[in-house]
Design a protein. Structure first.
Length: 130
């Protein structure tokens, strides 16, 4: 039996970001307006295990779009649809079995945008480095 946990060499990382109060309606690439980095990535690359949407107040109808960014290009990773039935405090989680951010000279990052201004939410990211 091992004397140390298997994850000790690659501890889980967490990223967090409040959703921007600025709406961004772009769906093919977010541009700079209303974009928030929710996970800075890792120089060695990482596997995203889970992303949580946590409402800070009653949600406004709209989408929160998760983007991966490699320093040049963006691609849509996932979209959380928000309804007025989503109340504060409870995390709305998505788990991923094959979501990887590649290592690069500038590590790939995760960002988010909201299609609604002043969406009262934060995003939490759980990942492990390679």
């Amino acid at each position: 039996m091992a004397t140390t946990p298997a994850f000790a060499a690659n501890p889980p990382y967490a990223g967090r970001g409040l959703v921007s109060p600025t709406a961004n309606l772009l769906t093919s690439a977010p541009g700079a307006s209303g974009q928030v980095t929710i996970y800075p990535g890792a120089a060695t690359g990482c596997r995203i295990k889970q992303i949580d949407l946590v409402m800070l107040a009653v949600g406004l109808v709209g989408d929160i779009i998760i983007w991966a960014f490699d320093g040049t290009n963006y691609w849509n990773v996932d979209t959380f649809s928000v309804t007025t039935l989503m109340g504060p405090g409870r995390p709305y989680s998505r788990r991923y079995s094959a979501l990887f951010l590649n290592p690069a000279a500038t590590a790939e990052t995760l960002t988010c945008t909201s299609t609604v201004a002043s969406q009262p939410a934060e995003m939490n990211v759980y990942a492990a480095s390679f």
